[in-house]
Ligand binder design. Structure first.
Ligand code: SAM
Length: 181
């Protein structure tokens, strides 16, 4: 019994260390968006064409799994660096047999991303700056970007959905034009 408790303790410590390490390294924890945010993000994705959707930082898979289930004919791709959230999302994907969902354990800044119809993210202000620069340099390509909570600097959203959730945060939709700087 003591051996089991020691095993459980070591397991819990390892999980905690892994999550804290990734969160400090990446600048954000794998905290999922709220349900209201997911509904708003999915409604906006529906308006933004029928091509691939890429979640930049797919966390535990909450968004990618919902949208992959809802749109079996649409290609959904997630990038996540934190091991435990990524591993959990892989398990769920396989359990649910979501063949239209691809999950990469990769840094989305340093990966050749496929061109997306819709980029989705729930990150933090510094990451939005970096994504904005990459969009400008065409290092990240997408027709639309949906961001939960954080705006892209110096771009005007074509839609803002205010949420009545705990965070009272909006979801932004941007149309990415060739000529945008
Ligand atoms: C707040 S969570 C959002 C999860 C999910 N998109 C959602 O809306 O529920 C942000 C995730 O982005 C991941 N992340 C941050 N920077 C990353 C990077 N450069 N490459 C891959 N994943 C990253 C973090 O590990 C974290 O799990």
């Amino acid at each position: 019994m003591i051996t089991f408790h020691i095993f459980l303790l070591i397991f819990t410590v390892l999980i905690t260390v892994s999550l804290v390490y990734s969160s400090v390294k990446l600048g954000i924890s794998p905290m999922p968006s709220s349900s209201k945010a997911y509904n708003a993000m999915m409604a906006l994705a529906d308006e933004a064409g029928t091509g691939p959707i890429i979640d930049l930082g797919s966390g535990w898979g909450n968004f990618v799994i919902r949208i992959a289930k809802r749109n079996p004919n649409r290609q959904i791709i997630g990038y996540e660096l934190s091991f435990l959230p990524w591993f959990t999302s892989i398990l769920l994907k396989n359990l649910l047999g979501l063949n239209n969902l691809t999950l990469h354990r990769k840094d989305f800044y340093n990966t050749n991303l496929p061109a997306a119809s819709v980029l989705v993210c729930y990150l933090y202000p510094e990451a939005m700056n970096r994504i904005n620069n990459k969009l400008r340099l065409k290092e990240i390509k997408g027709d639309f970007l949906i961001s939960n909570n954080f705006a892209l600097p110096s771009r005007r959203p074509c839609k803002v959905i205010p949420l009545e959730d705990f965070y009272k945060s909006p979801v932004y939709l941007y149309e990415i034009h060739e000529e945008d700087t």
